[in-house]
Design a protein. Structure first.
Length: 228
């Protein structure tokens, strides 16, 4: 019986499955590279993001563990949906970077561009599954830890205003280019943080692409530049 308990504890130590609450802590503990307040809005370009008071959602989709005499198997899958405000700040940053590069303020003149972020990225699946086969004096373990994004496109609605009145409007959709990643050597926390860093970069890229697309659409409208 003592040997059985020893085997049980050894098998448990081989699995790195985390609970939903523990995994949520990994995500929430990620150091923030930028706060929403640090993205400075301007009077000629307003990017309206969802309220940051919303909470991230974590849902356990599967949690299985098979203990046997010579075989152990596990599968843990968690669905994660981040607070839209946490990714909106990076989209905003990308849009303001694009606006500066395109000299959009000079192009708009006395007009104002208002951009509403209607759909944002930030959904993914965390999966940890594997198995251990116990032999007489040894054991063999195979496992994989994967994060698979749900490629949510960025959808924005824009309004061009002059003297407070909307003179043009439209929509821009930017495809999400996130790809699944597999953990090869990092801890679960560091692996999750790596994914969140990639998500931040992708959100910024999507913001740049959306603003660039909007600027091209607005080229069809006659402008009076600030210099005039």
């Amino acid at each position: 019986m003592k040997q059985l308990y020893t085997l049980l504890l050894a098998g448990l130590s081989l699995t790195s499955c985390v609970s939903t609450s523990k995994y949520a802590q990994f995500v929430e503990q990620k150091p923030k590279t930028e706060n929403p307040e640090q993205v400075q809005q301007s009077d000629w370009l307003i990017v309206q993001a969802p309220p940051a008071a919303q909470k991230s959602n974590y849902l356990k989709l599967e949690n299985s563990f098979i203990p046997a005499i010579v075989y152990w198997g596990w599968n843990s899958t968690i669905s994660c949906e981040l607070d839209p405000g946490s990714t909106a700040v990076h989209v905003q940053r990308g849009m303001h970077q694009a606006a500066q590069k395109l000299n959009l303020q000079q192009v708009l003149g006395n007009r104002q561009l208002v951009v509403e972020l209607q759909q944002l990225p930030g959904q993914f699946l965390y999966e940890n599954k594997g198995s251990t086969v116990f032999l007489l004096f040894m054991h063999m373990t195979s496992a994989q830890e994967v994060i698979t994004p749900r490629p949510t496109n960025l959808i924005v609605r824009y309004y061009l205003k002059e003297h407070g009145e909307v003179i043009a409007s439209g929509e821009s959709i930017v495809p999400n280019e996130e790809q699944p990643i597999r953990n090869l050597w990092k801890s679960t926390k560091k692996f999750t943080w790596m994914h969140l860093d990639l998500l931040e970069s992708e959100s910024e890229r999507m913001g740049i692409a959306a603003l660039t697309s909007i600027a091209k659409e607005l080229e069809a409208f006659p402008y009076q530049t600030a210099a005039e």
